[in-house]
Design a protein around this ligand. Structure first.
Ligand SMILES: NC(=O)c1ccc[n+]([C@@H]2O[C@H](COP(=O)([O-])OP(=O)(O)OC[C@H]3O[C@@H](n4cnc5c(N)ncnc54)[C@H](OP(=O)(O)O)[C@@H]3O)[C@@H](O)[C@H]2O)c1
Length: 274
């Protein structure tokens, strides 16, 4: 994907799982990347992806036109102590549970942006949320660069926990649904591999169908459901077994958990982040 922001030099601080997905995506968008890590394995992986790899976070920050922070929350205090006061470029954090207010205060950068990609960043198809001061001149650059990961949605920062549950956890929920619907196919006689491929294909085409028309999901359901037919028989079971309510409750429970983890983390990091 070509970037309107032009080719930039981006520092990815913490090129772990999500960090290396971002390194790959930024490079494929034509950006130059300086990636940091602590272990030799992390540095070698970043080099293989085409980044300039270093342990020196201060070096990376001082040369970058945009900085992305992707260490684990508990690794943040050590990183902050290395780069505090050095940030002069747009800065985005993907660290779960750490607010822009805390980032701005501890890193001494304003504004700081917060992004929440999901695991599909690994194939350049993340559904990423971005929060922070959209009216600031840096927001356009941040938006362009983060769009390299896939689709991008600006959201209110207060929705981050809900987004983490809805979009962060959804690949796991969908993977479970794929597995069990395919198992249903096996139960009625379709070979497993074929069943999985068929379920994935229908999932993708149904998503494209709903995006293209676009109609309310219930309308599509009703179009498929003929009176006294095959589909309504299955829908009756899904309703009777409480699947719709379970899906809503799963998102609600994951949202609460994300909020709880964030609050505990903020309590732990209070005083440590400075
Ligand atoms: N994984 C996801 O799908 C996902 C999605 C959304 C958001 N996030 C967020 O992304 C962050 C990273 O998650 P992850 O799953 O990618 O974790 P991870 O694989 O453990 O990556 C963290 C990386 O940070 C590096 N690191 C730690 N301290 C460092 C320091 N002081 N300087 C430079 N590098 C340092 C580590 O290097 P070494 O390995 O060399 O120690 C590691 O490669 C978390 O805050 C998480 O909340 C993750």
């Amino acid at each position: 994907m070509a970037s309107i922001a032009g080719s930039m030099r981006i520092a990815v601080l913490g090129a772990g799982k999500i960090g290396s997905s971002m390194v790959r995506s930024f490079i494929s968008c034509g950006h130059e990347v300086i990636a940091t890590g602590r272990s030799q394995a992390t540095l070698e992986r970043a080099s293989r992806l085409g980044a300039l790899a270093t342990r020196d976070n201060a070096f990376a920050v001082q040369r970058a036109e945009l900085v992305v922070i992707s260490v684990k929350p508990r690794q943040l205090p050590a990183l902050v102590s290395e780069i505090r006061g050095l940030l002069k470029s747009p800065t985005v954090s993907v660290v779960a549970g750490v607010s822009t207010r805390v980032l701005e205060g501890s890193l001494r950068v304003s504004p700081a942006y917060r992004a929440m990609p999901n695991i599909n960043a690994e194939i350049g198809r993340s559904t990423t949320a971005l929060a922070g001061r959209r009216e600031h001149e840096w927001s356009r650059t941040v938006e362009e660069v983060m769009s390299c990961l896939g689709s991008l949605f600006w959201i209110e920062e207060e929705w981050m926990d809900a987004w983490t549950a809805l979009v962060g956890s959804m690949p796991a929920f969908l993977a479970l649904i794929v597995d069990y619907i395919a198992l249903g196919g096996v139960y009625v006689g379709i070979p497993r591999e074929l069943a999985v491929r068929a379920v994935l294909d229908v999932m993708r085409s149904t998503a494209e169908h709903l995006l293209q028309r676009p109609i309310h999901p219930q309308q599509l359901r009703d179009e498929v459901t003929t009176p006294a037919g095959v589909t309504v028989e299955g829908l009756r079971i899904l309703e009777a077994r409480g699947v719709p309510a379970a899906l809503i409750e799963a998102i609600e429970a994951s949202t609460h958990k994300s909020r709880k983890i964030g609050l505990t983390l903020m309590e732990e990091l209070k005083g440590v982040l400075g």
